[in-house]
Design a protein around this ligand. Structure first.
Ligand SMILES: Cc1ncc(COP(=O)(O)O)c(C=O)c1O
Length: 379
């Protein structure tokens, strides 16, 4: 029996052709024709005023921390159930992460907990749309506005997802995307910063170009370029942008292929899940998600471990997901204690993700579902 991997990056067809074109064109560094094509495609498809490709989502988050002028001692509210760099990008500037718990249904930051975590030192609220299902942005935005605190969306999972008809990534002052190989669209390693609040656009360009005004120089707006601000090297090569461009141009196809996988799992596991007290993903009616991942919440951690081991024994890879950040070594240094975010702690123990990629065949899906349905959660 062949193995079914958890993830397999998809090749959409024109990647090598575009990379060859980039090489033949002679512009290999950043901000070449393919970078501009990717930026424009995303601006148009999402309705974002300014998109900048970056070397990763982590780097786009680091840029956000620099743009918001995060200083030592500032506090940033972040869900505990997210990837490390949603927090570490701000901690790198000296911020203290203040961890919020998540909702038990969507596994997104619990909007009813956010306001009580605000102090006079709060400088940002960072949300992460888990599995590309939108956080409750109306409530969160109104809290942020009331306290005049900028909102950042870590939208690593949610490119082309929507909340109340609006694209995820257009709802915060700043938002970030990931093009890591585990994401719906990839160039191996890559990301983007989405700038919705135009006050950040000019400085973002400088920060991304190592703290220099090189972009203005290339546009002929200054006659030499120099060091003008903080910054680093956050600009990806145009060769990578060429690869990404081939993926993004096929975005509707990618979404429909992945949609087939998500719906297959959902419809064929619903009755089994109910019988076995397993929770399937919740997608509120006002959210459209981009079919990024499919998870199950088993009743206990032991059952989750058994489930992953059982699938592995049948050559099917599945995976747990984030460990609670407030209980990580770094989280504890900031005072994190067991019980601070009880939903995060429980969900992290009980969650398993099924294989999810574009090349899962009908046969693969039948095999995964057949195995899952034979797994009896202990009585
Ligand atoms: C929610 C979230 N944020 C940020 C990242 C970091 O993305 P990158 O690898 O592009 O830096 C990830 C990566 O998996 C993620 O899942």
């Amino acid at each position: 029996m062949t193995k079914i991997p958890f993830n397999r990056p998809a090749i959409m067809g024109r990647e090598l052709e575009y990379m060859q074109e980039a090489i033949a064109g002679g512009h290999l560094s950043g901000d070449g024709p393919f970078t501009r094509r990717c930026n424009a495609l995303l601006e148009e498809a999402l309705g974002v005023p300014k998109v900048m490709l970056t070397t990763s989502c982590t780097h786009a988050l680091e840029m956000s921390a620099l743009l918001l002028d995060i200083q030592p001692g500032d506090e940033v509210i972040i869900p505990s159930f997210t990837f490390v760099t949603t927090a570490s990008a701000f901690v790198l500037r000296g911020a203290k992460p203040v961890f919020a718990d998540i909702r038990p249904d969507t596994l997104n930051i619990d909007e009813t907990h956010v306001e009580r975590l605000i102090t006079p030192r709060t400088r940002a609220i960072v949300v992460m749309h888990y599995a590309g299902v939108g956080c409750e942005m109306d409530e969160i935005s109104s809290i942020a506005e009331r306290h005049n605190i900028p909102l950042v969306e870590d939208n690593a999972h949610g490119l082309f997802g929507r909340y109340k008809g609006r694209s995820l990534g257009t709802l915060g002052s700043l938002a970030t995307l990931s093009f890591h190989e585990t994401k719906n669209f990839t160039c191996g390693e890559g990301g983007a910063l989405l700038i919705n609040d135009p006050q950040y656009a000019e400085r973002a360009e400088i920060i991304r170009e190592k703290g220099t005004n090189r972009s203005r120089f290339f546009r002929g707006q200054v006659d030499k370029y120099t060091w003008v601000d903080l910054g680093s090297s956050y600009l990806p090569s145009d060769i990578l942008a060429a690869f990404l461009c081939a993926q993004l141009e096929a975005w509707e196809k990618v979404q429909s292929v992945r949609g087939r996988v998500w719906h297959y799992y959902y419809h064929n596991l619903r009755d089994w899940a109910e019988e076995n007290m397993v929770q399937l993903p919740t997608v509120p009616d006002h959210c459209e998600h981009p079919n990024h991942l499919f998870y199950l919440l088993l009743p206990t951690m032991e059952q989750r471990q058994d489930f992953i081991a059982y699938l592995k024994a049948h050559d099917v890879a599945s995976a747990f997901h984030y460990l609670p950040l407030h209980l990580s070594d770094m989280g504890r240094r900031f005072g994190g204690q067991p019980g601070d975010c009880p939903v995060t702690e429980e969900v992290s123990d009980r969650l398993a993700r099924l294989p999810f990629h574009n090349s899962l065949s009908e046969e693969d899906l039948e095999r995964v579902v057949g195995l899952v349905r034979q797994f009896r959660v202990a009585d």
